[in-house]
Design a protein. Structure first.
Length: 160
């Protein structure tokens, strides 16, 4: 099969569909080992416990798939949190501030009887793609409580 990739010629005795599959496989030479999942947490006033906000309450269209808008929005900030300098770092921080303010406003509109929020934080969990979560129904991110505390990384915290 290396012959097909290097010479871009088919081997005459090989089935044509197998040659096509091999060419496609050469496009994806390395796969991802971990998948990022982002969570939004809120800290109500007079409380020390963070609550995880459910995305479906805040976003009509569920973000799904690889490199969604949420992924793209948090990626420069993830690089900064990991110690890499990014030209988009300042823009990403401003964007996170705006998103935190919007989430606070939306939370208080949806839950008027609840306590006001004093902080919002964004967290990311990288889990191995081989892990099986055994959730019922369509795929969705597992609950944050499913992960060990050492796997949870705080991207940013925004106090009001």
């Amino acid at each position: 099969m290396l012959y097909i990739g290097l010479t871009k010629k088919e081997i005459s005795f090989f089935p044509r569909p197998l040659c096509y599959l091999q060419r496609v496989a050469f496009l994806f030479t390395n796969g991802i080992q971990q998948w990022p999942v982002y969570y939004f947490q809120a800290l109500p006033e007079n409380s020390e416990d963070w609550i995880t906000l459910r995305e479906e309450e805040y976003f009509q269209l569920q973000p799904f798939g690889y490199r969604t808008r949420i992924y793209q929005m948090f990626l420069p900030f993830v690089h900064y949190a990991m110690g890499y300098e990014s030209q988009w770092q300042k823009t990403s921080l401003e964007r996170n501030e705006e998103l935190a303010a919007w989430l606070k406003q939306r939370y208080e509109a949806i839950h008027p009887q609840s306590l006001r929020l004093k902080a919002i934080q964004f967290v990311v969990v990288y889990y191995d793609i081989n892990e099986n979560f055994s959730l019922e129904g369509h795929w969705r991110p597992p609950p944050l409580e499913f992960f060990a505390p050492e796997k949870i990384k705080i991207l940013s915290t925004h106090h009001f």
